[in-house]
Design a protein around this ligand. Structure first.
Ligand code: SF4
Ligand code: SF4
Length: 149
């Protein structure tokens, strides 16, 4: 099972096609739309996280490409903005590898980047978006700024 993030660029001819619906229906994958800007009769851009076996993800990507969708993989790593984090602990229950954990007796939420697999499950859970996806060239917000107009 792997989790990877991709930027998809949809040609305007595909803007009315239910491509993402078919992706979920026909392939054994889970997905999380991190950002989307798709309007009728316009080229669209979507930042999509795909989770599944390597084989399922590869088949899903081939399916997307068959519609003329340009697919680019983004290398992701996770950072915590300690200025934003207010130690609520909400993220510690969702992290599958214990990279976010409560340190006792101080009751501090600590983040261990060496344990983190980059699955990004903690990103939408955090109420103040302190957990940030870094995509090589910058944070997700910076990549969105460059790719979505
Ligand atoms: S990205 Fe995944 S592994 Fe890393 S801290 Fe968040 S939930 Fe844990
Ligand atoms: S959910 Fe966000 S604010 Fe709460 S402890 Fe985790 S990183 Fe900090």
């Amino acid at each position: 099972m792997s989790t990877r993030i991709y930027i998809l660029r949809f040609p305007k001819e595909t803007s009315n096609e239910p491509i993402i619906y078919q992706l979920v229906k026909n392939y054994d994958i889970e997905f999380n739309i991190l950002k989307a800007d798709i309007l009728p009769q316009r080229e669209g851009v979507m930042i999509l996280e795909l989770k599944g076996s390597k084989d399922s993800v590869n088949k899903a990507l081939e399916f997307l490409k068959s519609f003329g969708v340009n697919v680019e993989r983004l290398a992701a790593s996770i950072h915590r903005d300690d200025e934003k984090c207010f130690q609520c602990g909400a993220c510690t229950g969702i992290c599958p590898v214990g990279a976010l954990a409560i340190q006792r007796p101080e009751m501090l939420v600590v983040f261990d980047p060496d344990k983190c697999t980059g699955c990004s499950l903690c990103v939408p859970i955090c109420p103040v978006r302190a957990m940030e996806v870094s995509l090589g060239a910058g944070t997700l917000a910076e990549v969105e700024e460059k790719t979505i107009v």
